[in-house]
Design a protein around this ligand. Structure first.
Ligand code: SF4
Length: 297
């Protein structure tokens, strides 16, 4: 067998920035808190936790006693403004690692909200994303929760059927940065058809460019190998999207989280094996997986 690692796989810029910032603080000794998992990869998370990273959830904030300036990192997904206020009141020193791409999206949604809500015909903001996803929660926080979130086309249809959305009112549309670009394109095309007569639709291209470029390259990578071993944490939304992309190009796509998940019977002699992962998959893990596959021979 030949084994090749996809040269574009590995952390995206936003995740690299957050992890490097955490490691810089950890190198100075002491611990650093992270609000939610800094990366959706169990292997990388446990590596950082052994160095002193402590992951806490928003629910934990209600139980925590006031702090005296301990560092707390906001991960690349970002947070709603209310969370910053709460962290400051609790006495944390906030280290904001919101990805600049997400930060810009937050600002753009806030500006769009101010536009569409102005008289005489107040309209709506629509986000194509996963309800409850941390990035989406951060985006909703920019508009006090007053925006629609849809993940599937039938949810969009329902909004029109119930009259929640109307084509005689302005609508501005955004996507969570990690959604599949083909699906966003389809959703926007359906909206454009509905709004063709009124022209009150404004679509924003907000899928992360780094991710979109990786999308095309990954599709070719998957098609040019006999079998794909896709490595990502089970809770990575981006991992699910990219793994499905690989599977659509190569039926022999296997999703694993770690070396232990590899099964010898998946492979055939002379297989040309491709190893790739999500934006939350560390390169060291891809290398470990590639080595383990080589060692099966
Ligand atoms: S996928 Fe793009 S937008 Fe999301 S954290 Fe990474 S670089 Fe930022």
């Amino acid at each position: 067998m030949r084994v090749e690692i996809d040269s574009r796989s590995g952390f995206c810029g936003g995740v690299i920035r957050a992890i490097e910032t955490a490691e810089e603080h950890l190198a100075e000794g002491g611990k650093i808190y992270s609000l939610g998992a800094i990366v959706h990869n169990e292997e990388e998370l446990s590596r950082l936790e052994t160095k002193g990273l402590v992951t806490i959830d928003k629910e934990d904030l209600d139980q925590i006693s006031p702090r005296s300036g301990e560092p707390l990192l906001i991960r690349a997904h970002g947070e709603p403004p209310a969370v910053y206020g709460k962290l400051n009141r609790l006495g944390f020193t906030v280290i904001d690692c919101t990805c600049p791409v997400v930060l810009k999206l937050q600002k753009d949604i806030s500006a769009a909200y101010a536009r569409v809500k102005s008289p005489p015909r107040p309209g709506e903001v629509l986000i194509f994303g996963k309800p409850g996803h941390a990035e989406v929660m951060g985006l909703l926080g920019q508009v006090e929760g007053d925006a629609f979130v849809v993940e599937y086309m039938n949810q969009l249809d329902l909004l029109f059927e119930t009259g929640a959305l109307k084509t005689d009112r302005p609508l501005e549309v955004f996507s969570q940065t990690t959604m599949a670009k083909d699906e966003y394109r389809q959703l926007c095309a359906a909206l454009a058809a509905r709004f063709s007569e009124t022209g009150l639709l404004k679509v924003h291209d907000t899928i992360c460019k780094q991710l979109a470029a990786r999308y095309d390259a990954l599709a070719s990578f998957a098609a040019s190998h006999d079998i794909i071993i896709f490595v990502s944490g089970k809770s990575s939304s981006n991992g699910k999207v990219l793994c499905e992309l690989c599977r659509s190009r190569n039926i022999r796509t296997c999703h694993i989280g770690a070396v232990e998940d590899i099964h010898r019977e998946w492979f055939r002699p002379d297989d040309n094996v491709g190893v790739c992962g999500a934006t939350s998959t560390p390169l060291w893990l891809l290398e470990e997986v590639a080595l383990a596959i080589q060692n099966l021979q």
